[in-house]
Design a protein. Structure first.
Ligand code: SF4
Length: 423
């Protein structure tokens, strides 16, 4: 069976910048957008040359706002991917959309092109809160997008919502949660607002909910969504059975993924890197006039070189390349895996690293199990019906035990997970 791979495609364009946003996103005119799509298509074709032996099980178009550019350009990129890579017929193919730009005809184009999962950035259904966030849409646009998505045939929809917003009361937040539940999306992501340095919000005097209210919002989210038939499978993610996001689980389980486009991050065969965040560097490297066959390294991959998966011609855009040592891999295994409510498998840890989990992390595990923040459980239920290589590997470990955060542990997850960093 071919080794699995996931693809992330970054579309950095937005109609305008939200006040809390620190994603790599900006406004660009049609001409820059067109050049970017051409360069990105070239990066896709060239990257695929060295990965013909991989089976692509998920693709995620994120941003930015992938629904902002012309749908023809975005769908063209998906075609380039399916022409260049070995995409599994059952692959999960997601696209993020913003209600301000996700018109019904665009959604229909996305569906026809092969996208089978939609992620709608609602954030709130309170127009006053949306205005404070600097979002380009209002709640009526969100409803319209959701209904249009169903009408054009999307049967797998995620809705993003945010809590701990400036001026947000518990009631107004829970009203958003309730109204989203009534729409019956297959998946809901519920994150707390985080003030990021460099954003306008970071500099502003904001009336933010205190820690206690933030925690209440988190707990009420869990209570309401669980009561409505969703299960939490990750700290901030809930789904109906069979609709866990396969792509995001690849990140948390450290499966292989390739990031394509400006600033996109990759993990492949235990090497991490990020594409440049500089548009000029990105465009200069993928210059338009050079045919693919003349591109440096286009004859394929020399698997004997240090950077065996890096095409020489793409080295200029691929930065911060780091071959992970066993220590970093163990740390990532723990703090990414603990995000999942399933937890981390003791047996899989041994299989991966040739060492017992307690031998490496005995003290920290004893400390937090003693405090009731971590617990050992047997064969936690995994409701995701679809498989991935990482999951298959997890499943082979079902007779082992899993270490996971308790309900109380979820409240202080950052503190607990930070303790899994090795000296
Ligand atoms: S739509 Fe998303 S990516 Fe774009 S500016 Fe707003 S938060 Fe950032």
């Amino acid at each position: 069976m071919a080794k699995e791979l996931s693809l992330y495609v970054h579309i950095p364009f937005c109609v305008r910048k939200c006040l809390y946003c620190d994603f790599l996103s900006f406004y660009a005119d049609k001409s820059l957008q067109a050049q970017y799509f051409e360069a990105l298509a070239k990066e896709i074709r060239l990257s695929a040359k060295g990965l013909k032996d991989r089976r692509v099980i998920s693709i995620f178009f994120g941003g930015g706002t992938p629904s902002f550019p012309k749908s023809k350009d975005v769908c063209g990129l998906l075609n380039t991917i399916t022409d260049s890579f070995n995409v599994d017929p059952g692959a999960e193919i997601s696209i993020e959309v913003n209600p301000a730009s996700a018109m019904k005809d665009k959604l229909a184009d996305f569906k026809r092109a092969g996208f089978n999962r939609l992620s709608i950035g609602a954030q709130s259904l309170d127009d006053r809160e949306l205005k404070i966030l600097g979002r380009a849409h209002d709640s009526a646009m969100f409803y319209h997008t959701f209904e249009s998505a169903r009408q054009v045939g999307f049967g797998n929809i995620n809705v993003d919502i945010m809590s701990a917003l400036p001026g947000q009361s518990l009631d107004s937040y829970l009203d958003t949660v309730q109204r989203v539940i009534e729409l019956k999306p297959e998946h809901i992501s519920a994150y707390s607002l985080i003030l990021e340095e460099g954003t306008p919000f970071y500099e502003m005097e904001l009336d933010l909910p205190d820690e206690e209210l933030d925690r209440r919002m988190y707990h009420e989210t869990g209570r309401m969504l669980t009561g409505a038939g969703y299960h939490r499978y990750e700290i901030s993610n809930y789904s109906r059975d069979g609709y866990e996001c396969r792509h995001n689980k690849v990140y948390w389980r450290r499966g292989d993924y390739l990031g394509l486009g400006l600033g996109a991050a990759s993990l492949l065969d235990e090497t991490r890197w990020s594409n440049t965040r500089d548009m000029k560097v990105y465009m200069d490297c993928l210059w338009k006039d050079v045919p693919d066959e003349d591109f440096p390294g286009s004859e394929g991959i020399d698997r004997n070189t240090d950077q065996s998966r890096i095409l020489p011609g793409l080295c200029d855009i691929r930065q911060d390349i780091e071959e992970l040592d066993i220590k970093s891999r163990m740390e990532e295994f723990m703090f990414l895996g603990l995000r999942l409510t399933q937890g981390v498998s003791r047996q899989l840890f041994s299989l991966n690293f040739g060492r017992n989990m307690e031998e490496v992390y005995g003290d920290v595990i004893r400390k937090y199990t003693g405090l009731g923040l971590l617990e050992w459980v047997s064969c936690p239920e995994d409701t995701d019906e679809e498989s991935s290589s990482a999951k298959d590997l997890q499943d082979t470990a079902h007779d082992g035990e899993y270490l996971r955060l308790t309900e109380r542990g979820l409240d202080v997850s950052n503190t607990v997970m930070a303790d899994f960093l090795l000296d």
